[in-house]
Design a protein around this ligand. Structure first.
Ligand code: FES
Length: 276
């Protein structure tokens, strides 16, 4: 069993849990994820690791209430226990020396990208970070992003298309300055729809664009095929070949979006949170 040691509400329906999981904490790398099961009746659900402390043996992840398991997790408190907490899974994100890296974040990605940004900063990259949120009340996790980013852009907007537009306008401005203010890489951890749009925006500039894809997963070890996707016209499994992929190589965006939304709760979507 894995004890919850902290539960913080970051914004309406957005939570951070800290779990005692020493083996995961010892091996975690930026961009990796865990799969947890709450109890014997629970489903297996992946969460990207947002922080860890190898000395304390703890692992953090941030989630938005979008379905049965996340709603159940939102009720759990320090001292409660999880049946299973498997990880770290997936390949670590690429965090080399690229130059100027533009990151686009929304939802859980606002927290989950922090370890990647830390590693990129340590490797001497210049960081521009675009954070998307529906409004100031639902914006969270600004402080570490301010500390790590050379430039932080807040893309606040109304729900749905308006919110995405505020982000794409910010990206367009940056692309218009390229190559004078050169962009060497884009990394996106946001809605599937926005990651797809960003990938198309950067394609004409040949700017490498990495997207973080977390389709429905079951075993997390490449055996069940639940997380398959097509990248470079080849079947890939997000759990073992990803979750970070070259956005210009992803072929099956529509399928990914349809599968993700199958499990979303309509009432949550109406409040401005996106399943994709
Ligand atoms: Fe089963 Fe990836 S979750 S193959």
């Amino acid at each position: 069993m894995y004890s919850i040691v902290e539960h913080e509400v970051l914004a309406p329906r957005v939570h951070r849990l800290r779990v005692q999981a020493p083996v995961v904490a010892e091996k975690a790398k930026p961009g990796q994820f865990v799969i947890l099961i709450i109890d014997e009746k629970g489903e297996r659900v992946p969460f990207t690791i947002s922080d860890w402390d190898s000395e304390a043996g703890t692992v953090d992840f941030v989630f938005i209430e979008v379905g049965k398991t996340t709603q159940q997790l939102a009720t759990m408190q320090p001292g409660d226990q999880l049946l299973s907490f498997i990880g770290p899974l997936g390949r670590p994100a690429e965090v080399g020396q690229f130059g100027h890296v533009v990151s686009v974040l929304s939802g859980y990605g606002i927290a989950a990208m922090v370890p990647i940004l830390k590693a990129l900063k340590d490797n001497g990259n210049t960081l521009t970070t675009i954070v998307q949120a529906p409004d100031q009340d639902r914006l969270f996790g600004q402080k570490p992003l301010e500390e790590l980013s050379d430039t932080l852009i807040l893309a606040l907007g109304t729900q749905g298309d308006g919110m995405m537009e505020s982000t794409t306008v910010a990206m367009r401005k940056l692309l218009n300055q390229h190559p004078k203010r050169r962009i060497d890489r884009v990394i996106a951890m946001c809605s599937l729809c926005l990651m797809r749009v960003l990938s198309e925006m950067t394609r004409p500039y040949a700017i490498k664009t990495m997207v973080h894809l977390t389709p429905v997963m079951v075993d997390g070890t490449g055996m069940c095929g639940a997380c398959r996707l097509s990248v470079g016209r080849t079947n890939r499994f997000a759990c073992v070949h990803g979750p970070e992929f070259d956005g210009h190589e992803v072929d099956g965006w529509e399928v990914l979006m349809a599968r993700r939304c199958t499990y979303a709760d309509e009432s949550i979507l109406q409040q401005g949170f996106q399943c994709r």
